[in-house]
Design a protein around this ligand. Structure first.
Ligand code: PLP
Length: 485
């Protein structure tokens, strides 16, 4: 492909994507394909000769598109939102177009510096304390990780090293390998699967403590768990608090967990993958109450802030905790003297390779930057408020139908509901709905009851779309248990 063909092909693709979003309502949300549909029909080997781009796009439309689930359809209500916007596509194009690596400042100065700038912007919008920002005098700062899963693991590994160094200082004779086997991490039984996985990947025992009847991990429960483990000779090391659990969007009280962690010198990480974004609206900022106790905080920009995967914003109060854990030097990675405050300019240039797991790093800040600039803080707030208003509209529709129960009390863009007839009917209803392929939702449990989760996901969703989704749900309910009287 030469540059002229690239121009022609890229323009065609942009038109294709604009048409895709303009007409997304005409598409069935879930594809009508069976497992193996593509594997069985695709050629066994890569093409030997280059193909014309027109043919590649034709093949894309004929073989790939039929197997795509339309995450940005207004009838997609599963999991949590996945960011998408035209500004994001432009940022992604620029990122892939430049295709630079930013593991050191010198490797591509703009890559590091734009990340510092955008993470300061976003941190301020979220109302994070100054200590978390690179623009404050301390060692805090933000970094873009690939996912919330990585942020949780990075926090765990940093906490492990920090705890080890603290114990070594107290007793230089400790056995390094033995002491680390005694470290324990904690979260609630409502945490995302990625939190439990971080324990497995980081070789740390992960205790999932019982949440209360509102799905919250309480300070007293954590305190009791610390005491139990200390009595067994174990060492509390890392706690993951959840702001907006994946099941029911419950919030662990940071203001209760924080003092317990502080008393025991335990690292407190916050997984605010979905709900944290709401903190850009002052009226929802109460969700981060107690943030001053936190060591690291993560929000998936790629969920509710119109940026696509992978863009997970993580802030730490002390970046040296990461550097101490991950700084491995090689001569070919020599850089300008970074991680130090350049006194006259009053700026710190981080060596981001010490703040993450991989060495390589994409210019992900570009898509955050284009979205922040093209939507503005106002546009992002409007997007979040709109989703919450639409969820409230859905709630009214469910409340008006006596066959359904809503529980727990809905939060942000999520409404969980069930049929009064019992779990087996609710489960069957979800199965029937998925079989229509016109709507997509997933289940959760609450107080041992089976619930269907309805999340406003698409940035394109309108009140009419929500009403359309509700009609799909009630039509299936009519068929399953009969109409309302
Ligand atoms: N935490 C919560 C609360 C989530 O809902 C999710 C994903 O939906 C994750 C973590 C994992 O996010 P990621 O895919 O960025 O690792």
């Amino acid at each position: 492909m030469d540059s002229q063909e690239f121009r022609d092909c890229a323009k065609t693709v942009i038109d294709m994507l604009a048409d895709y979003y303009d007409n997304i309502r005409d598409r069935q949300v879930v594809p009508s394909v069976e497992p193996g549909y593509l594997i069985k029909t695709a050629p066994e080997d890569a093409p030997e000769e280059p193909e014309k781009w027109e043919n590649v796009l034709k093949d894309f439309n004929q073989t790939v598109m039929p197997g795509v689930t339309h995450w940005h359809s207004p009838q997609f209500h599963g999991y949590f939102p996945h960011g998408s916007s035209y500004g994001n596509i432009i940022g992604s194009l620029l990122c892939d177009g430049l295709a630079v690596m930013g593991f050191t400042w010198r490797a591509s100065p703009a890559c590091t510096e734009l990340e510092v700038v955008t993470m300061n912007w976003l941190g301020k919008l979220l109302g994070l304390p100054q200590e978390f920002l690179n623009c404050s005098p301390g060692p805090g700062g933000g970094v873009i990780q690939g996912s919330a899963s990585e942020a949780t693991l990075v926090g765990l590994l940093a906490a492990k090293e920090k705890t080890f160094r603290r114990l070594l200082k107290k007793d230089p004779s400790i056995d390094k390998d033995l002491i680390k086997t005694k470290f324990v991490a904690y979260s609630s039984d409502q945490c995302n699967s990625s939190v439990e996985k971080a324990g497995a990947l980081g070789s740390m025992k992960m205790r999932l403590l019982p949440s209360d009847s509102n799905c919250q991990l309480r300070g007293e429960t954590l305190k009791k768990a610390f005491a139990e483990d200390k009595a067994k000779g174990l060492i509390p090391c890392y706690v993951v608090a959840n702001l907006g659990t994946t099941g029911t969007c419950a919030f662990d009280p940071l203001y209760e967990l924080g003092p317990v962690c502080k008393e025991e010198n335990v690292w407190l990480h916050v997984d605010a993958a979905y709900a944290g974004a709401a903190s850009i609206c002052p009226e929802y900022r109460y969700i981060i109450k107690g943030i001053e106790y936190v060591d690291s905080f993560d929000v998936n920009v790629h969920k509710w802030l119109l940026v696509s995967f992978d863009c997970s914003a993580m802030w730490v109060k002390d970046s040296y905790d990461l550097i101490n854990a991950f700084d491995i030097q090689r001569i070919y990675l020599d850089d300008v003297k970074s991680e130090t405050r350049v006194s006259e300019a009053e700026v710190t240039v981080p060596d981001y390779r010490h703040w993450q797991m991989p060495l390589g790093r994409r210019f992900r800040a570009l898509k955050l930057w284009t979205v922040l600039k093209m939507h503005g803080a106002q546009g992002l707030r409007k997007h979040i408020r709109n989703h919450i208003t639409l969820a409230e509209h859905f709630l009214k529709l469910v409340h008006a139908d006596q066959r359904f129960v809503v529980e727990p009390k809905p939060t942000l863009g999520l409404v969980c509901f069930r049929l009064k007839n019992g779990d087996s009917y609710t489960k069957q209803l979800l199965e029937n709905l998925l079989a229509t392929k016109q709507i997509f939702m997933v289940a959760c449990t609450y107080r041992n009851r089976y619930l269907i989760r309805f999340v406003i996901c698409s940035r394109l969703t309108t009140e009419k779309d929500v009403e359309h989704s509700w009609r799909i749900i009630t039509n299936e309910a009519d068929l399953l248990i009969g109409p309302t009287h």
